[in-house]
Unconditional design. Structure first.
Length: 68
């Protein structure tokens, strides 16, 4: 997983938002992979719902970031 750039790299708020969205997308993909591999069976339905909601949130955030 990639790390979020440090604040001392003089990134614009737009760049910081895009980097954060990208990191969260990677984390979401990792979560989905773990669910698909059968990890955390007791929490599978809740985690799958969380993953879907996170995907929707990141999509809206990305759209707003690109529009703004």
């Amino acid at each position: 997983m990639e790390s979020i750039p440090s604040p001392d790299q003089d990134l614009t708020p737009q760049d910081e938002a895009e980097a954060l969205i990208s990191q969260l997308e990677e984390d979401r993909a990792w979560l989905l992979e773990q669910i698909d591999r059968g990890h955390w069976q007791h929490f599978r339905l809740d985690l799958a719902a969380l993953e879907r909601e996170l995907g929707q949130l990141l999509q809206r955030a990305s759209e707003r970031c690109n529009a703004g």
